[in-house]
Design a protein around this ligand. Structure first.
Ligand code: AMP
Length: 399
């Protein structure tokens, strides 16, 4: 049977070649255009540094923000070019655009080890339309294509899908390799028991992921705002907690499926209840049965923290997405931080993904105690849904 595989950058000859690398440099900026979190840039440095060592001519491309399909200095990649210069200790030229004669001229003047950063791809509406002609124009700039932008892997855009068909030599970068390898270890061939921890605000945003996970995991914990739709479905009065009324039947169906598959589905038994969503709210710890009328559950309670942490004891693989409570506010942060600590202490393979979840891990300085922190919020959720990601599918070869 033909096996699908992805060729990675370390198996591709880059020497003297023009290498077009799609990276996700969509970093947050403050009003003075300072980068407030450079993690996304840091995570693609291994691919860039490797390309330098291989004497490639390096052409980087990315989007930044939502410039609505036309040039807008507000969304220029200039701050990123400066940041790259500093961390690489190398000159990085920012092109005036991502396609066109001026860019072609800059590329034609490149020497091995030079780095050219193309201006924001989304200055052209064709990028988000996955336009074939735009993809061809980007491809004309280079000999080899590398995709290292896991953060945008769930979107079919010209720079990560249409562009690929114009290259004989293409593959994934080191970040992409890590993300795909860890995903395989967690969801395709997991060491069992495999435990999923799901949290965050709404069931509706993670419904497909929950339905897929129920088919794969041995245990699943549901915390955060999501839990209250399930608790309501079980007949509890959860006061003003976040409940999606139209999903109560779906929650019942998910619980029935879990039972049928003998998957242990754990819900909170207690919570930190508050009279309003405010860090200065009156709070009390109550069992789920005793949330006062008009109050809302904003974090898992101490008994649930122990229940969830102890239920991880046997786990060999743990996948976590979404906070256990409104952890941005100190009174409702203990549940999420307790899960960070439980994962940090676990000897299982631990994989954390989704913007908010990794923020909690970093806040506790626990990143080095987690096996892998995914860089893709949306892409990570798509992976949990079990759906193929378009820009990864086009990198696959059959052989
Ligand atoms: P998500 O992006 O779906 O992972 O949701 C993250 C958000 O869920 C965070 O901003 C939390 O404040 C919020 N959240 C977590 N638990 C609760 C809760 N019990 N009630 C309301 N919002 C919550």
């Amino acid at each position: 049977m033909a096996i699908k595989y992805i060729k990675y950058i370390d198996k591709i000859n880059l020497k003297g070649k023009r290498v077009l690398i799609r990276v996700d440099l969509n970093v947050p900026l403050d009003k003075n255009k300072n980068i407030t979190d450079g993690n996304r840039i840091q995570s693609v440095l291994p691919t860039i540094n490797y390309s330098i060592k291989q004497d490639a001519k390096i052409i980087l491309m990315s989007h930044l923000g939502r410039p609505k399909g036309k040039p807008d200095t507000e969304f220029s990649l200039l701050p990123v070019a400066k940041y790259l210069c500093e961390v690489l200790q190398k000159k990085v030229i920012l092109a005036p655009d991502c396609i066109g004669q001026e860019v072609e001229k800059l590329v034609s003047e490149m020497q091995p080890r030079d780095i050219l950063l193309l201006e924001n791809l989304r200055f052209h509406p064709e990028e988000e339309k996955n336009d074939r002609e735009f993809g061809r124009k980007l491809a004309n700039l280079a000999d080899v294509y590398i995709n290292d932008a896991f953060g945008t892997a769930h979107r079919a855009h010209a720079s990560n899908v249409a562009v690929v068909e114009f290259f004989k030599e293409f593959g994934g970068g080191f970040l992409m390799k890590n993300e795909i390898e860890y995903f395989r270890k967690a969801m395709v061939e997991p060491a069992r028991p495999l435990v999923a921890i799901m949290g965050g605000a709404k069931v509706s945003e993670k419904l497909d992921a929950l339905e897929n996970l129920i088919q794969k995991v041995d245990k699943i914990f549901i915390g955060g705002g999501m839990a209250y739709t399930f608790l309501k479905a079980l007949g509890y009065d959860v006061g003003k907690s976040l409940v999606e009324g139209d999903l109560i039947e779906t929650a019942k169906m998910i619980m029935a499926k879990a039972k049928e598959r003998k998957v242990a589905l754990l819900l909170p038994v207690d919570c930190v209840a508050a009279d309003q969503l405010d860090s200065r709210a009156s709070t009390k710890i109550t069992s789920i049965q005793e949330i006062p009328p008009g109050w809302m559950g904003l974090d898992i309670g101490p008994a649930t923290r122990v229940l969830f942490a102890e239920s991880l004891a046997e786990a060999k693989t743990i996948v976590w997405n979404g906070p256990m409570g409104v952890f941005e506010m100190e009174p409702f942060s203990k549940g999420t931080f307790a899960m960070v600590e439980a994962l940090a202490e676990s000897s299982a393979l631990t994989i954390v993904g989704g913007g908010d979840t990794d923020v909690a891990v970093h806040k506790l300085n626990a990143a080095d105690k987690i096996s892998y922190i995914s860089t893709g919020g949306g892409a990570f959720i798509e992976i949990l849904k079990g759906k193929p990601l378009p820009s990864i599918s086009v990198l696959e070869r059959t052989g």
